[in-house]
Design a binder for this molecule. Structure first.
Ligand SMILES: C[S@@+](CC[C@H](N)C(=O)[O-])C[C@H]1O[C@@H](n2cnc3c(N)ncnc32)[C@H](O)[C@@H]1O
Length: 250
């Protein structure tokens, strides 16, 4: 059965609401919200390493509001560039920055100024100078094509109003090749813990999942296959534009 959004969905209002909720999570993480937050939740429910979280500034871990653990697939690789879409207060971003080491980069993007500010000040407090935080939108990422080795996104792409545009952006910024990967926890709610690797050939590899999770593999595979093909069309259109005389003249 096809599921469609209401045609009169007010996307501007929705984004304003999302910004206002996450500005509150940044300012007052212990307030009342309809979702879990904080380091105890991350360690108990999502199996984050409690010791690693204890080394991060409280201001960041207190405002953690992710739905999964993108670090469970292992380290990101020394020297890699990791992009965290919707980095929030920067908990995953700082763990990524530590994982890639001083030769690597961790770039966070968030559309809520209060969250981006918190991620920046947490990175400073943690002494991590391989972190950069940019204010921006998942639907139009402030990043160059093919600039990321790894893209992570924890509890964010589910909030975007057009998933194919958002996933198209993920694949636009990923470097082509076997080494590039996406770890997202923003697939449909029931697929929260799914992660995937992809290559230029469009092959998608999902990690071993529990029996309950494995029944969700199909939806994850189709989501990634759809986004892969959206991204291919975006790249072809860009190639066609740059090859046209009109675009080379300007
Ligand atoms: C559920 S929180 C998760 C934050 C962070 N990933 C974490 O695990 O704590 C969602 C975050 O995504 C940001 N966000 C929501 N929609 C976004 C969009 N379209 N573009 C960029 N950031 C977005 C919000 O501002 C918020 O910081």
């Amino acid at each position: 059965m096809a599921i469609s959004c209401p045609v009169d969905l007010d996307t501007r209002r929705l984004r304003d609401e999302i910004r206002s909720i996450y500005a509150r999570v940044a300012a007052e993480p212990s307030g009342e919200f309809h979702f879990h937050r904080g380091p105890d939740y991350a360690a108990e429910f999502l199996r984050y390493d409690r010791g690693a979280l204890a080394l991060l500034p409280d201001e960041s871990t207190a405002s953690f509001a992710g739905m999964a653990n993108p670090h469970r697939m292992g380290p990101f690789g020394e020297g890699a560039t990791v992009v965290d879409i919707g980095c929030g207060a920067g908990m995953d971003l700082m763990l990524a920055a530590k994982s890639v080491g001083p030769r690597g980069h961790a770039i966070g993007v968030d559309m809520t100024e209060a969250m981006a500010d918190k991620a920046r000040s947490s990175a400073r407090a943690a002494g991590l100078d391989n972190i950069e935080v940019r204010l921006g939108d998942a639907m139009s990422l402030p990043l160059e094509d093919a600039s990321a080795d790894v893209v992570i996104s924890n509890g964010v792409l589910n909030l975007t109003t057009d998933k194919s545009v958002a996933y198209g952006e993920v694949f636009r910024i990923l470097k082509p090749g076997e080494g590039s990967s996406t770890r997202t926890s923003s697939l449909p709610a029931s697929s929260r813990r799914a992660s995937a690797r992809t290559s230029t050939s469009g092959r998608v590899e999902l990690p071993a999942l529990s029996r309950r999770e494995s029944s969700l593999q199909c939806s994850a595979r189709s989501a990634f296959a759809a986004s892969r093909s959206a991204s291919d069309s975006t790249r072809s259109a860009a190639r066609a534009r740059s090859a046209s005389p009109a675009s080379t003249a300007s």
